[in-house]
Design a protein around this ligand. Structure first.
Ligand SMILES: NC(=O)c1ccc[n+]([C@@H]2O[C@H](COP(=O)([O-])OP(=O)(O)OC[C@H]3O[C@@H](n4cnc5c(N)ncnc54)[C@H](OP(=O)(O)O)[C@@H]3O)[C@@H](O)[C@H]2O)c1
Length: 409
């Protein structure tokens, strides 16, 4: 948390004062862009001021010196104001950071409960779900609001909303939440950060970008663990995330954003974005995301920034295949025996952990990861290959046996 807070303060310093020195130290793309942006503004300003001077009629030296004195005075006033603004902004950020985040969780099922229990150590938690979970919420010390009343949920003044509903119900949930979010933003002039934790990533990214009001920042994430693997804490477990939209700017992780003019950036796909790196709203948005991420970090997670697209390609051949094998082996009706090997014990553990998750989750992994069909096809082909190798070996053996028998006779 401390490291991230320091990062945010650095961002403030860069924004408020002459930033080029610090920006060079920070090699991140945003700082480079900010520097470019600053340079573009400076060039523009000096060009327009020299134009103005060139266009002036000849003046006597006394007038010119009076004008230079006034300009110097204005510059000093401007510098003083900018110092004051920087101090106020830093104080405001410190004030925000001293308050724990208020985090809403939509979907208080198996996974929603699992994360809410840990998050309750770090902030104020408000949960909502289709089913009535008042008792579990009370036992956990968190507030429960029914999902049928989204306005009441949003009125809890949430900094962050975690979306932990099933993959299958995700789009419907977002579509019904969007009008209430819009109303909330109109009333409060700001939107919360929305974070999804779905086990597929391209689908929620698309849905959130399509249906959420622009004022909502978006973090697409996937904790690569659950109630079984994380029952003894989150230390060393992987948290994958993509900062999808920050202060209205959609980040394309594989693109290099380049400056078009002082307010507009274009990414490698040719899309134009309005970027406000120097604005208060941008700094606050970054701060909120970093504070949220720091909770996972403090719990010991291995933090992996990764695009949603790359996540789904990897997950099809790791997570989905694990669930697939667990379901296939589970369908065999395997049971413990009195002579189990360690290997077989691992097989039973795999069956148990994958079938503990809902079939909806498994179906979601299949339906909403475009790579999963290929994984099934490859598994079938591999199964046929293995079977073919066994048959071929058996036939070779049989042939050798027949040759031996014919030689003897
Ligand atoms: N389980 C894991 O290990 C794990 C790990 C990482 C990420 N995730 C992700 O976390 C999410 C939740 O997973 P899960 O394990 O709890 O099981 P799930 O079966 O994928 O989702 C159950 C949750 O979805 C809600 N839900 C289902 N249908 C709904 C509908 N039509 N409208 C509104 N809400 C609906 C349920 O609400 P009610 O309970 O109120 O009915 C419950 O909160 C999923 O997106 C999953 O991919 C799970």
């Amino acid at each position: 948390m401390l490291r991230r807070s320091i990062q945010c303060l650095l961002v403030f310093l860069i924004i408020s004062e002459s930033c080029s020195g610090l920006a060079k130290e920070n090699s991140s793309r945003n700082f480079d862009k900010l520097d470019q942006y600053r340079q573009a503004c400076l060039t523009k300003m000096s060009a327009s001021s020299s134009d103005r001077v060139n266009g002036l009629p000849e003046e006597n030296p006394t007038n010119r010196s009076a004008q230079a004195g006034r300009l110097e005075e204005l510059k000093q006033q401007e510098a003083e104001l900018s110092r004051k603004l920087a101090a106020i902004r830093m104080e405001k950020l410190a004030e925000l950071q001293s308050k724990p985040l208020t985090i809403g969780v939509i979907g208080f099922g198996r996974f929603g409960q699992f994360i809410a229990r840990t998050f309750a150590k770090h902030g104020n938690i408000v949960v909502t779900s289709r089913s009535d979970y008042t008792d579990i919420a009370d036992e956990m010390g968190v507030t429960y609001v029914p999902l049928s009343d989204p306005d009441a949920f949003l009125d809890q003044d949430l900094d962050v909303i975690i979306l932990a509903v099933s993959i299958l119900s995700f789009e419907g949930t977002i579509k019904s939440l969007a009008p209430s979010l819009q109303k909330y933003i109109q009333k409060n002039n700001r939107g919360p950060l929305l974070v999804d934790v779905l086990s597929v990533k391209e689908h929620p990214r698309e849905v959130l970008l399509q249906h959420l009001p622009e004022a909502c920042d978006i973090l697409c994430s996937h904790p690569m663990f659950g109630p079984d693997s994380g029952k003894n804490g989150w230390h060393g477990l992987t948290y994958v995330y993509e900062k999808t939209r920050v202060d209205k700017v959609v980040f394309h992780p594989d693109s290099s954003l380049s400056v078009v003019d002082s307010n507009t950036f274009v990414d490698s796909s040719g899309a134009y974005h309005s970027v406000h790196e120097s604005s208060e709203s941008h700094v606050e948005a970054i701060d909120r995301i970093e504070r949220f991420l720091s909770i996972w970090e403090e719990e010991g997670c291995r933090m992996v920034p990764m695009s949603c697209q790359a996540h789904d390609a990897y997950a099809a051949n790791s997570q989905f295949i694990t669930h697939l094998m667990g379901r296939i082996l589970g369908a065999q009706g395997l049971q413990m025996t009195p002579i189990d090997t360690k290997g077989f014990e691992s097989v039973l553990t795999l069956v148990k952990s994958t079938t503990a998750d809902s079939f909806d989750l498994f179906y979601g992994l299949y339906k909403y990861n475009q790579n999963s069909v290929k994984t099934i096809q490859q598994l079938k082909a591999a199964m046929e290959d293995v079977e073919e190798n066994l048959r071929r070996m058996e036939q070779d053996e049989l042939q050798k046996q027949l040759q031996q028998e014919s030689r003897i006779s």
